[in-house]
Design a protein around this ligand. Structure first.
Ligand SMILES: [Zn+2]
Length: 92
């Protein structure tokens, strides 16, 4: 069933919503059509969750690679400004 206050899905035996603390009575459990309507949405959420997981993995990989490049260049900055104002790039 779902909390009538915040619409969070709750276990059937719950007496209080663990999100907002609202008391949950048996009348809320009669909203079974809502549960049927929400099932495709839950599948869509899990599918996008997989995409999100791939995105997070790609982001972490990029961060790790960037950190590795930064580590490789720690004793040699990526660029430096010379006293005469010119910008010197230290590209490998
Ligand atoms: Zn709630």
């Amino acid at each position: 069933m779902y909390c009538r206050n915040c619409s969070k899905e709750l276990p059937r035996e719950a007496e209080f919503c663990f999100v907002c603390g609202s008391p949950v009575n048996g009348a809320a459990a009669a909203a079974s059509p809502t549960i049927i309507i929400n099932q495709p949405k839950q599948k869509a959420v899990s599918a996008s969750g997989i995409v999100e997981a791939f995105f997070v993995i790609a982001l972490l990989t990029a961060l790790a690679f960037g950190g590795w490049i930064y580590f490789q260049r720690q004793n040699k900055p990526l660029f430096q400004v010379n006293r005469d104002g010119t910008l010197e790039l230290n590209l490998r």
